[in-house]
Every structure is written in C-alpha cells, then in structure tokens.
Design a protein around this ligand. Structure first.
Ligand code: SAH
Length: 502
C-alpha cells in the first residue's frame, strides 16, 4: 500500500549505496530488483528501516521497527544492501501519516511517518547504541535514569553512563529560524525550493512545515521580486545564471529578518529595485546582503559578503542574552530548544563563580556568554573570523567583561593558551559533525580540567571522542539528548564528563 506519506514510494537518495552493484554478489542472498518479505528490526539515523534476509542487512526505505513489509532491492553491496518498501504487510502502532504533502519527494525530514513520542524514544536509543558500540561504554538501563545520586558522583570509574530521555518540543513544528533555499531554472523560469531526493533537480516549494512561517513569507517575496525583475537563476549544469541561493533568517525574539542573496557574480541587475521590492514585501527586514560565490561547488556561501541595504547583522535573544548574527555565522536553528540545550551545558559545567572556563568551537559566543554569568573568566575560540567579531560585539552588547575571544582552530589556539599559562577548570566543546580534532583531545588530556562538557550533533563522533577521554582518565557521567531537529534523524546531546582523581 506504500503511497504518499509512507516514505516508501520512491527509492530516493538514501537508496543508492556507494560502491553498490546491480549484479549478483557471491554470498549475498538477493539481487537488485528482487522482491522479498522481512521484518523491520531497527531504524538507521537516516530513518531507514533495518531488515535482514538470511543474515544479510538491507536498509528498507519506508519501513519502521516492528513492521512486516514487502520490499524491492534497489542496490546491493558486500556487507549491506538498500531496498524500498513496496507493501506494508503489518504496520506499527507508531506509524502515522506525514502531514507534509511533499514528504516523499523532499529529503529534508526523515521521521514524519513516526509518532513524535516514538521519535524521541528512538533518538535516545540511537545515542545509547552509539555509546555502547563505538564508545564501548556501559549505559544504565531505564531504571538508572532515576539514579541522580550516581550522576552527581565524581571520579567513579566504571559506573554506567546515565542517558536521560530526549528533551522534546511541546509543539514540534515551525521551529526553524533559518532557511537556505537553492534557486534553479525550470521551463517556466526561476524556481526555488529543495533538491529532489537522489538528484540535483530543484523542486519548487512554497511551504515547509518545520520552517517558521516568516521565513516562508520572505523566501516567497524574494522569488517573486527576482521573477518580476527577470533576474536569472543559476544553472548548476552550465555554471551560468546569477541567483544561486536565497538564505533567510528570522530572529524570533525581536522579529528582525535578514535576506542573503547568494550570487554567481558581483553585479545584480536592477539591484536597487530588488532591494526596494524586498523591503516593501518583507515586514521586519533590517538586513539585505549579498554573498558572492562563483565556484562550481555545492558550498552555499562565497568568501565575500556585502551589505546591499540596511544592517550587517540582525539581533536575536536567548534567555535574556542578546546576540548579533551576521550572514555567515552559525546560530542554532531552533530557538526554543537552544535555551534548553545551553541550560544543560551550564548545569554540567557545575560553576561556582570561581572557575576559568574554555568554550572551544564557540561560534558567536552563545555558550560563552551563558557560562560567563556563573564563571570567573571564559575564553572562547572559533575558526570563522566573522563569528568572533559577532562574539566580541555580543559581549559588549550584554555588558559582559569576563570573556575573551580568539580566532583560530581550537586545536591550535588551546595549546597556545596552555603555554600562556591559562589553565581551565572546565572545558566546553561544541564541534561540528566530525567531532573534536585529535590534537584538541590530546591538549584537553594534558590540561586535565576537572570537568568537560561535550555538546554534540553527531552521536558516533561523540562516542569515539568519549572513548579517548575515558582512556585518558575521564568518566562520562550523564548524557542529555535534546531534540533540536524534530522529524529529522538528527539528535543533539549534552554530556557531563568528569576527571577521575586517583
Ligand atoms: N557553540 C556555538 C557554535 C557551535 S557550531 C553555538 O552553539 O552557537 C560549531 C562551530 O565550530 C562553528 O561555529 C564552526 O565555525 C566552528 N569550528 C569548526 N571547526 C573549528 C575548529 N577546528 N576550531 C574552532 N572552531 C571550529
């Protein structure tokens, strides 16, 4: 019955394994195109069901744990294959119909067909599985969740890690404060929306249910204005055409909006008319910028950013702290959950007002400014120079004087600080998906702070790094998964780690 909203009706991007083959492979019990029946026993972080045929693993697009499905093999490889569900034979009680009408076509969400409470439960399980499999950590069972006494003990090597239930949203829709929309050409002219799963074709999109409505409105206005003024759309095949991406932000606390036009060249024809149309049609717009990107690559922003009109930043606020955000700076996309994430980080930092704290990967200084309220001194380091400019501006804006920021790679700046005699009591890391650099972990182990707080958007690199810290004399005490990205396979974690004092 697999049809719309079941996530089973098309092969999709995730259905093509790297190095997979359409021919029979010796020892693999299925061939491409073959139909089979199986039970789904797990879910990958991409939201694919995990099935087995004679011990061989197939990732089944559309299947949910506990379901019995008929599926068709899309590709096979030596150790696993990919399939798509063709018929749901026995459904799970947790299956729901996805509210988004383009769910099957768009690759943005992976879990809309799973009940939200189950999504949260599954995200915790995904974290637990990674900690155990990659981190070789022992994790307390559900009963352990209530054992807060154990979580408070320091240096208790060997105690199982406590993984709390995922913190979810009460209304998990319309949460994103930033949209990054690829622009392309179709027969009718300029279109903008999303890349169709498994291809580089852009599909026009007007509504996205995880996007704040203000962003939808802004994107619509910019596309309309560009069409009206005949601004050419970028063609990824030829490298010709001007408008590549429209990036918009909405600061939820202040209502301010930013538009960034990513262009394949400097000159925008009718730039002034474009600016005035956007100003007329987008309430709250305070900043219209241009990012010039002439490289034929999937990277969105170019190196040069210009202000076409208005401010170079917009201002947002989290828990009473104000933040200036410039076009290329990282800012968490889910404001409601960000506050909860940062509160967990502050809690695990265990500050009394006496501590020296390092915030590595500090972005625009968000976590640093939170921590500064409870610490003696905070040092932040970040690789993007504009983000550090924002961070310094943010410290001034909030009258915070006990923070210092440096531009550079954390793994380079931290050893420098070490030589200068800066000895942190607590180190907070919040790295990108690839996790912490090995050199940074080594420096942390030399500095031996009493506590490390690890904020992670990728449970597998988190687990890898926790193993290194454990081997270096630290204990992972507790993990708080936070649902920053409902309906997608992503999960964010805050981890409290303590030094084992011998
Ligand atoms: N803590 C911030 C930012 C987290 S995102 C917040 O919550 O808003 C991760 C940040 O790490 C990004 O700003 C990215 O630019 C930065 N980054 C990536 N590699 C880095 C490195 N090697 N050293 C320092 N910062 C890095």
């Amino acid at each position: 019955m697999s049809g719309r909203n079941s996530k089973g009706s098309r092969g999709g991007r995730d259905s093509r394994g790297k190095g997979s083959s359409s021919k029979a492979i010796s020892g693999v019990p299925v061939v491409t195109g073959q139909r089979f029946v199986c039970e789904i026993i797990g879910l990958t972080h991409e939201g694919e069901g995990v099935g087995r045929v004679e011990g061989y693993t197939l990732f089944v697009h559309g299947g949910l744990p506990g379901e019995k499905v008929q599926a068709e093999v899309v590709s096979i490889g030596k150790s696993f294959g990919r399939a798509r569900m063709t018929e749901l034979l026995a459904g799970s009680a947790a299956r729901q119909s996805a509210p988004c009408p383009i769910y099957d076509l768009c690759g943005g969400c992976q879990l809309q067909h799973l009940d939200y409470a189950e999504q949260l439960r599954w995200k915790r399980q995904h974290v637990v599985d990674n900690l155990m499999r990659i981190g070789k950590l022992s994790v307390a069972g559900e009963a352990g969740l209530k054992n807060t006494e154990r979580a408070g003990n320091s240096g208790n090597a060997g105690s199982p890690v406590i993984v709390h239930p995922t913190l979810g949203m009460s209304d998990p829709w319309r949460y994103r404060n930033k949209a990054q929309v690829p622009i392309g050409v179709a027969e009718g002219g300029l279109i903008g929306g999303f890349y169709e799963q498994g291809s580089n074709d852009i599909v026009e999109m007007d509504a996205c249910l995880i996007q704040q409505e203000e962003n939808e409105e802004t994107v619509r206005a910019v596309k309309d204005a560009a069409r009206l003024l005949d601004i050419s759309a970028y063609n990824r095949a030829t490298g010709r055409g001007l408008l590549r991406h429209v990036v918009v932000r909405h600061a939820q606390a202040t209502g301010q909006r930013m538009v960034v036009l990513v262009t394949n060249g400097i000159d925008i024809p009718h730039a002034q008319e474009l600016v005035s149309l956007i100003r007329k049609r987008v309430p709250g717009v305070v900043s219209i910028c241009q990012s010039i990107n002439t490289a034929q690559s999937p990277v969105v922003f170019g190196d040069e950013t210009r202000v076409l009109w208005g401010e170079e930043v917009i201002y947002d606020e989290i828990a009473g702290i104000q933040f200036a955000i410039s076009p290329r700076s990282f800012f968490q996309v889910n404001p409601e959950q960000t506050e909860r994430l940062y509160r967990s980080a502050v809690e695990y930092a265990g500050l009394t007002g006496e501590e020296t704290v390092v915030d590595a990967y500090c972005g625009i200084g968000t976590i640093s400014l939170f921590l500064a309220q409870y610490a003696q001194k905070v040092y932040g380091v970040e690789i993007v120079p504009e983000a550090i400019e924002d961070a310094r501006r943010n410290a001034l804006l909030n009258g915070v004087t006990n923070v210092e920021f440096a531009v550079g790679a954390a793994e380079v700046v931290m050893p420098r600080w070490q030589k200068e005699g800066i000895t942190p009591d607590v180190i907070v890391v919040d790295p990108p998906r690839k996790g912490c650099d090995g050199a940074l972990i080594a420096t942390m182990l030399e500095l031996r702070p009493a506590r490390i707080v690890y904020v992670s958007c990728n449970p597998s690199t988190l687990a890898r790094d926790l193993r290194l810290l454990e081997d270096g004399g630290y204990r992972t005490v507790e993990v708080q998964p936070v649902d920053m990205f409902p309906h997608t396979g992503h999960v964010e974690c805050v981890v409290g780690i303590q030094r084992i004092d011998t």
